[in-house]
Design a protein around this ligand. Structure first.
Ligand code: DC
Length: 223
């Protein structure tokens, strides 16, 4: 069987990360949160005293990125969010991160989540999901996460930050956030994590079964 790539794109706090991790475990595929790459680049720029919005600073950090940088514990929170969003709009940064993302899925397939996985990184992915949710639903989730992590937070600010980041991700020239033409849409506004997972499995089965009418792909969840 050809290795399966499941591409999951969508805006911040749409539930795509939780879903992607769960699908990967369930289908026995490696998982890559590609947002972490941009977060780690942004963090590296800040650490070096640079400006995440400056091409040279961000590109140099992207080229210097090491796999260990993805395991840092300071990649979340408003400062990391803003730095990630700034470096993500720079074409040289995106180009520098492309090879790593493609290589990640090369031997065993993978589930990857991000903004441009189905459009740019894996335009031939076997399955593409575009996961959305309303802004208030996403803000409520992100706010709850921050509270649970013990961070000082404010719902209105969280929602404004998300809206600004969505706008930047959607309107940038380099690999803007948008569904691939052949992506399946999954709106999680009124779904909990279990319901979103169940719906995603149905969607994945429908794609894989229509690609293989004899059902020979063997991509059933394992647990
Ligand atoms: O998914 P996230 O919130 O961790 O992503 C952090 C930032 O990186 C966000 O502003 C969007 C950007 N990003 C991107 O441009 N392309 C990706 N494939 C993943 C994330």
């Amino acid at each position: 069987m050809k290795s399966l790539v499941i591409a999951i794109d969508g805006p911040a706090a749409s539930g795509k990360g939780t879903l992607a991790r769960r699908l990967a475990a369930s289908f026995g595929l490696p998982y890559l949160d590609t947002g972490l790459l941009y977060r780690a680049v942004g963090r590296l720029v800040l650490e070096r005293g640079g400006d995440p919005a400056r091409d040279q600073d961000a590109e140099a950090a992207a080229l210097a990125l090491q796999p260990d940088d993805l395991a840092r514990d300071d990649l979340r929170g408003p400062e990391a969010d803003r730095a990630a969003s700034a470096v993500a709009s720079i074409p040289g940064v995106r180009a520098a991160l492309l090879g790593f993302q493609r290589g990640f899925a090369a031997s065993h397939g993978a589930v990857l989540d991000g903004r441009d996985i189905g459009t740019i990184v894996f335009p031939d992915a076997g399955v593409k999901l575009f996961v959305t949710a309303s802004l208030p639903a996403r803000a409520g989730r992100r706010y709850a996460e921050r509270l649970a992590a013990g961070a000082e937070t404010n719902l209105a600010e969280v929602q404004a930050d998300l809206a600004a980041r969505d706008e930047a991700d959607r309107t940038r020239a380099a690999a803007p956030l948008k569904p691939a033409a052949d992506a399946l849409l999954l709106d999680t506004s009124t779904l909990d994590a279990d319901q979103a997972f169940a719906r995603a499995v149905e969607l994945i089965r429908s794609v894989v079964n229509s690609a293989s009418p004899h059902g020979g792909q063997g991509v059933e969840p394992q647990g």
